[in-house]
Structure formats: C-alpha cells, structure tokens
Design a protein around this ligand. Structure first.
Ligand SMILES: Nc1nc2c(c(=O)[nH]1)N[C@H]1C(S)=C(S)[C@@H](COP(=O)(O)OP(=O)(O)OC[C@H]3O[C@@H](n4cnc5c(=O)[nH]c(N)nc54)[C@H](O)[C@@H]3O)O[C@H]1N2
Ligand SMILES: Nc1nc2c(c(=O)[nH]1)N[C@H]1C(S)=C(S)[C@@H](COP(=O)(O)OP(=O)(O)OC[C@H]3O[C@@H](n4cnc5c(=O)[nH]c(N)nc54)[C@H](O)[C@@H]3O)O[C@H]1N2
Ligand code: SF4
Ligand SMILES: [Mo]
Length: 733
C-alpha cells in the first residue's frame, strides 16, 4: 500500500465528543476509504465508538449541504436554492450592514452549538465577529449543558475559567451525580476508554457510585444510588449535614482552603437526611452511609455532569459538589478533584482582559446575569419577538439545532421566522436552520485542521494533538472562520476593533508584523497562546514545551505532565485567597430550595421526565446514518416503569402520549424497571423534519417541546434550562 502514491494513511482524531479518540484515515485518490481506530494513540489505544466509525457515512451523505443555499423568495421553511458563494456573501453582507446602520450592532446575535466547541478556528473567529459588533446577543448551548459548572467556579474560586475534574487515575472513590460515562464517554473530564478507567478504580480496591434516577449503563456496571429527578441539591445538602453532625469534616483542609464554612453548614442543617428523604427518595440510612464512606475513603472525588446541571438548582448543585470534595479534604490533590490547567489559555487571557464576565450585565428579557457574555438560550425567542432597542434581528447559527436541543422549540421556530436575516453554518439542513435565509456548507472535521481546546484542560492524562485536514472539502464547503472574515470585509466591519478582542489580538498582530505575516489568523493566535501558556515552549525557553510546530511534527500528539495538587492559591481569584463556600449569590438559591417550589407534585403532571443518551446517537444530528440507526436505535422510546405503565394501561411497544404544561408529544413506550417509579426517561434530539430523509423517517418526538422557556422556569444564576425533572403525565394512545 505504501508504495502506491495515491493511497495515504493519515493520523487524525475524532471530533464528535470529548475523548477525541485517535483515528487512522485511509485516503485513496482523494477519497476516504476507511476510518479506523488508531491502535498507537497514547490514550484511546485502538478504541473508537460506533459514532466515530460511522462518520464516513456523514462525510459522503448525499444529503449533506455542499453548496450555499438561499431560501427561495417567499418560500416555505426548508425551500432552498443553490447560489454562488459570491452572491450569498454579498447579500448577507449588504443585509447585515443595513441592519447595523439602522439598528446598531446590538441587533445582531449568534447561537453557538456543540460541534463548534470542537472547531477551534470557527470558535475564535465567530467570537471575534460578534464581539466586534458590540452586541450582547450571544447564545450558546452552554445553558443546556455546563454553564452552571462555570458559574459555580466563579462563585467558589472567583474565576469562570476553571473546570475542576475528578482524578480518575488515582482516586479510590468516585461519586458521580448525573453522569453516564459508559455511554457518553465522559464529559467535563477527558477520559478515553472510560469503561476501563472506571474498572481500574474498582480493581485498585476503590468504588464507583452513580447517583441517578435511572439504573444507567454505568450504574449497572458499578454501584447505583437511585434518586428522584432534580433533587440532588437536597441529597448533597443532607450529605454535608451528616459530615457536620458526625464530625467527619477534614478540619485541617477546611481551615486551609475555605471561608464561609459555618454559613454553609448552617444552610445545610435545614436539610437533615430525614428532612429530605421523602423528596429525594433516598433513605436517611443510605445518605449517612454515603457521607461516611466518602469521608472515610483515602482519596475521593465527587463529579457531576449533565444530570446535575439541567435542573432548577443547577448552580447550587455544582457548588455543593465541590464543597463536599473540599470538606472531605479531597479538593486540589491527586486522587481527589484536580484543578484544570489550560493548554491554550484563552479563558485566562480573556479573564485578565476583563472579558470573562459574570453578571457584568443583565439580559433585556428576564434580567439574567451574563455568563461569559452570553445569555440563556431560553430567552432567544423572546429577544427576537420583543420590540425595542437591541431587539434581535439578525442571527448567525453556528453548528447548532436549538429547535431540538433547547426549550420550547415550537416557540423558537415561530420566532425565527421574524428575523430580518438568519445565516447558518452546518453540514445539514436541520430543524433550526431550515428557517434560515442562508445555510452555508461547513467542512467536516476530516476537512479541516484543528487542535482541541477547552476539553483537553481537564484530564487526569493530559494530552494535546494537532490534526491536519485529511480530505479536500466536498463540494464548496468552506471553513467558517474564513467566511466570517469575508462577511466582515464585505460589510465593512473590522473584526479587531480596539476593545475587548483587541487585547487578545494586539500581541498577535505585533508578532505577525515581526514575522512579516499579513494580519492575524486563528492559528497565529493559537500558537502564541499555546507557546506562552502553562505547557508552552516559551519560544525556546522551555525545551519540552509545546508549540504548533512541535505538534505538527508529532501527529499522535504530546503527553503533558500529569496535573498535580496544591494549585488552589494560584487558581483562586478572591481577595481572601480561599474558596468561598457561602457566596452571597446563593442566599436566594437556598431560599428556593427550602421553599421547594416543586415539592408537591401537580396531580395533573405527577411524573418527572429526564433525558437519556444512547450509544449510537449524538444529540440531534447523527440520525441520518444507516450504520447507527440499526436495531433498537431505530426507534425512539420513552423508558417507563412497569408500575407507571400499568396505572394507565400501557404495554410494551405501545404508543404513549407524554403531556406537560406546554403541550404533548407521542412516542413508543419501553417498559423497564431501570427507571424509578415516577420517572420517565426520553432521549432528546429526535422528531426530525428537515433535510435528512432517514432521520425524518425515524419518527420519534422532540422531547424538548415539553421543556419550558418561561422565565421563572429558567435557573437564575447560570440561566440553565429545566431539562431534567420536567413534570409530565402519560396516557396510552
Ligand atoms: N432534553 C435534553 N436536551 C438537551 C440535552 C439533554 O441532556 N437533555 N443536552 C444538551 C446538550 S449537553 C447539548 S451539547 C445540546 C446539543 O445541542 P446543539 O448545540 O444544538 O447541537 P446538536 O444538536 O449537536 O446539533 C449540531 C448541529 O451542528 C451540525 N454540525 C455537526 N458537525 C458540524 C461541523 O463540523 N460544522 C458545522 N458548522 N456544523 C456541524 C449538525 O449537522 C447539527 O445540525 O443538546 C442539549 N439538549
Ligand atoms: N453516545 C453519545 N455520547 C455523547 C452524547 C450523545 O448525544 N450521545 N453527547 C455528548 C454531550 S454533548 C455531552 S454534554 C455528554 C454528557 O455526558 P453525561 O452527562 O455523562 O451524559 P448522559 O448520558 O446524559 O448522563 C446523564 C445522566 O444523568 C441522569 N440524570 C438525569 N436527571 C438526573 C437528575 O435529576 N439527577 C441525577 N443525579 N441524575 C440525573 C441520566 O439518567 C443520565 O444517566 O455526552 C457526550 N457524549
Ligand atoms: S467516543 Fe466515539 S464519537 Fe467520541 S471521540 Fe471517540 S470515536 Fe469519536
Ligand atoms: Mo453537551
């Protein structure tokens, strides 16, 4: 094979989810003929999941968008015609300019979806684009995902740029709140070969415990504590109360690391295990054992993921997770919870430049605090439909599908129709961008160079890898950053105005001038930040440091030094230099928890709906693959406990209607005692009706039609949407 010049084997890595598994692509005459796991990758060592392996089908999907599409004048949503890039860019720039001239930059906004988080050049340039307009209409998937975790870091440590993670490499006790890494492959902590890594903990004599309303795949393989949806704040407060009552606190660690301990303990004392048992469904005995075992474990870590972030108390829960870790002496030490170290320190630089804001401004609708300059996506529809200064009139959707992934998709769909201009960058016509004026063809991860950012900062096995583009782009697909650049140029905008972004780009421009490079590109910025960052080569001063040049020489990437403990003083930005366990912002959150708004179930909606991830499905966008949509995966189902099914006369495989305050959806019942009685579990991202025939034909329903965008259903501190614990009722159809 190696002798045939038209066949190449290229080392790369998958960019669908956080493990970033190593892959080998075989390219024959410019066409991808195989994509297989890279056996020599230092972390994934020959593992790839079905989604990664199915990617060639997406790459060559005949329904992929390969040319700029423009909505037919007067056409219905989804009626597009092919246009040239030149025409598309000219028209977009002209209309953008007109809106800015008439209404100001504050009328322009962006929705940043999940795949954009794996696309470094798009992430940087889209950020520069919206920042240069001075608009506050920035929406990201973060308010359906992880923003509460960042806000908790702001409150606890005084910095948003911190994502603590469990040291899976050395821990003896892993307490997971709402995470299912055997399916999700880990999130908020980069852990390729998750199953093995968790099994290692048990082989070392340790324990792995999942707190989850569903006996998830991970809970089945390890230990399970079953809990009612959206009651984790109560459970964690009770555990802290047990530590206090039984004198199990690590007083030395508390003294060294924290302020506000007495206030925290006082707040938790309203939540003894007896006081919370009825709501959490966890017996006082079980809560006590859990707290005692956590305190007694030599090295323990508490970790929460989406199951802990998508409820009414998301930020409070994230705070309590780190509080439990700290109170048991496990924060900032190997085997416990470690503090993240950035490979490319965007966040740190932005923070120093005053750009990583929290609550520096409040949203027009709902008065929500900004999180890194972004608003909750729950308010996007109302920002479009509510007249007044800074009404949202132009929207760029970058790799997102909020009609399926966010709350009240129906309301959002209706609002999207009112935009003056909506431009999307995507691989497909999806349920959101079918309402756009333009869908612009994006390149897949096999068609672009990349280096991972945020997700590599939190790993017990830190590693960074650069990938070159493996394939020439199909059709006319372009890199998003170049398109943003071109739109800005044609609209007469300067992406790098003096102001916030300039703080980042000024040193890059100076460097670029010295090297004789014309203007900054995302790559000059990346290289500068990487080289001057914590792992950087400091332009030669540090021999084993990283630079883009080195990463390009070492295509399987570079293992970085294992993170150490003892970094708290360097991370904490509060004046007192310690972790604040009783930030004032939580006072009202404790009140809300005490009031227990949701404590008394509404008899009309007695059940609670939670989400679910499946191995062969990726959020809203991989349902057009025949390789993935096989067997059980073909059918969208609601997992329902047999007792709840019997109560309404439902049988296995029957049609079920699920109703909530804002409407209803129909899907298929799957009876299983893996969910608690009173809980149903339904995957999100289904109910397709856009440019993907197989996905459309798969049926199922958009579970997020039942999720509320009402302002008082949105968690206040981080703007999190209530996606887990939605009050619902079921009936047989
Ligand atoms: N009920 C419920 N809802 C949830 C969740 C839940 O647990 N429960 N989870 C939430 C979470 S954590 C997430 S991350 C979101 C995800 O929600 P979104 O951020 O809206 O992202 P996706 O649904 O993954 O849609 C991604 C879109 O990007 C496109 N795309 C894929 N790759 C590329 C690329 O390389 N370039 C470009 N330009 N486009 C690309 C796809 O075709 C697709 O249309 O869903 C959230 N919604
Ligand atoms: N196959 C596959 N992998 C994925 C994705 C995918 O769509 N498919 N998406 C990727 C993305 S974008 C992300 S953010 C990660 C997410 O990674 P994870 O958060 O690990 O993924 P989930 O499988 O959603 O796990 C959440 C768990 O929380 C539980 N849960 C729900 N509500 C509650 C609650 O109120 N309390 C508690 N304690 N638990 C609750 C659910 O039953 C579920 O088992 O996964 C990533 N990996
Ligand atoms: S787990 Fe699967 S989808 Fe995620 S990075 Fe690895 S191969 Fe890709
Ligand atoms: Mo996510």
């Amino acid at each position: 094979m190696a002798t045939n010049p038209s066949v190449r084997e290229v080392t790369t890595y998958c960019r669908i989810c956080e493990p970033l598994c190593g892959m080998i692509a075989t390219v024959e005459n410019g066409r991808l003929t195989s994509l297989r796991p890279d056996g020599d990758h230092p972390l994934s060592r020959g593992y790839a999941c079905p989604k990664g392996l199915a990617f060639p089908e997406i790459q060559y999907d005949p329904e992929r968008v390969l040319h700029p599409l423009r909505r037919v004048a007067g056409g219905a949503p989804g009626e597009f015609e092919q246009v040239s890039w030149d025409d598309a860019l000219d028209d977009i720039a002209t209309r953008l300019r007109a809106t800015i001239d008439e209404h100001g930059g504050g009328a322009v906004g962006q929705y940043f979806g999940n795949p954009a988080g794996f696309n470094i050049t798009a992430a940087i340039w889209s950020g520069a684009f919206v920042s240069s307009l001075g608009t506050s209409h920035q929406y990201t998937v973060g308010s359906q995902d992880i923003n509460s975790r960042y806000v908790a870091s702001k409150l606890l440590y005084g910095t948003l740029a911190q994502l603590p993670f469990p040291d899976l490499a050395e821990t003896d006790f892993l307490l997971m709140i709402g995470a299912n890494p055997l399916v999700s492959r880990g999130s908020g902590v980069r852990v390729p070969r998750a199953k093995e890594r968790l099994a290692d903990i048990v082989s070392r004599g340790g324990r792995v415990i999942c707190v989850d309303p569903r006996r998830s795949e991970t809970a089945k393989a390890f230990e399970h504590v079953s809990v009612n949806p959206d009651t984790d704040a109560l459970l964690l407060a009770s555990m802290i109360d047990v530590l206090r009552a039984e004198d199990l606190l690590d007083r030395d660690a508390v003294e060294r690391q924290a302020v506000g301990v007495e206030e925290l303990l006082a707040a938790c004392s309203d939540f003894s295990p007896e006081a919370t048992a009825a709501r959490t469904g966890v017996s006082p005995d079980d809560v006590r054992s859990l707290a005692r075992d956590l305190a007694a474990a030599p090295r323990a870590a508490v970790y929460g993921r989406t199951g802990s972030c998508l409820g009414r108390h998301a930020t409070l829960i994230s705070v309590l997770i780190d509080a439990l870790t700290l109170l048991t002496g496990n924060l900032d030490r190997p085997g416990g919870t470690l503090l993240s170290t950035p490979v490319i320190p965007f966040e740190e630089v932005a923070e120093r430049a005053g750009q990583m804001t929290y609550d520096a401004s409040r949203s027009r609708i709902g008065g929500f605090p900004d999180v890194m300059g972004t608003w909750p996506s729950a308010i996007m529809a109302e920002e479009i439909t509510t007249p007044g200064p800074d009404q949202l009139r132009v929207l760029f959707t970058l790799a997102g599908n909020p009609v399926l992934s966010g709350p009240d998709g129906a309301g959002l769909e209706a609002a999207l129709g009112q935009l003056d201009l909506h431009v999307a960058f995507d691989l497909y016509v999806n349920e959101t961008n079918k309402h756009a004026d333009y869908v612009l063809p994006a390149r897949t991860w096999l068609e672009r160079a990349d280096v991972p950012f945020a997700v590599v900062n939190s790993s017990p096995w830190p590693h960074v890898q650069h990938a070159d583009a493996v394939l020439e782009p199909e059709g006319e697909a372009r890199l998003e950053w170049e398109v943003y650049d071109e739109i800005a140029r044609r609209a007469g905008l300067t992406l790098f105005l003096p102001g916030p972004v300039a703080t980042l780009t000024r040193p890059v421009r100076a460097l670029a001038r010295r090297l004789g490079v014309r203007g900054p590109t995302p790559w000059t910025l990346v290289d500068l930040l990487m080289r001057t960052g914590p792992y950087g080569d400091r332009f030669g001063l540090r021999r084993d440091g990283v630079s883009l040049k080195r990463l390009r020489r070492e295509p399987r990437g570079v293992m970085l030094p294992r993170p150490e403990g003892g970094r708290l003083a360097e991370v904490v930005r509060h004046d007192h230099g310690k972790v604040d366990l009783a930030p004032v912002q939580l006072v009202e959150e404790w009140e809300k928890l005490r009031a227990g708004r949701d404590a008394e179930p509404d008899p009309a909606f007695p059940l609670r709906m939670i989400g679910l991830r499946e191995m062969r499905s990726q959020n809203s966008w991989m349902h057009n693959s025949s390789a993935l949509m096989r067997g059980r995966q073909r059918v969208h189902t609601a997992r329902i406990h047999p007792d709840d099914a019997e109560a309404v006369g439902l049988v296995e495989g029957a049609k079920v209607r699920i109703s909530a305050a804002r409407g209803s959806i129909d899907t298929v019942a799957r009876l299983t005692d893996e969910v608690r009685p009173g809980t149903i579990a339904v995957p999100h991202g289904w109910g397709h009706d856009a440019g993907w025939t197989r996905a459309n034909g798969a049926g199922g329903a958009n579970s997020n039609l039942l999720a509320s965008a009402d302002l008082d259903d949105v968690e206040f501190l981080a703007g999190m949407t209530l996606l887990n614990g939605i009050p619902v009722a079921i009936e047989a159809l």
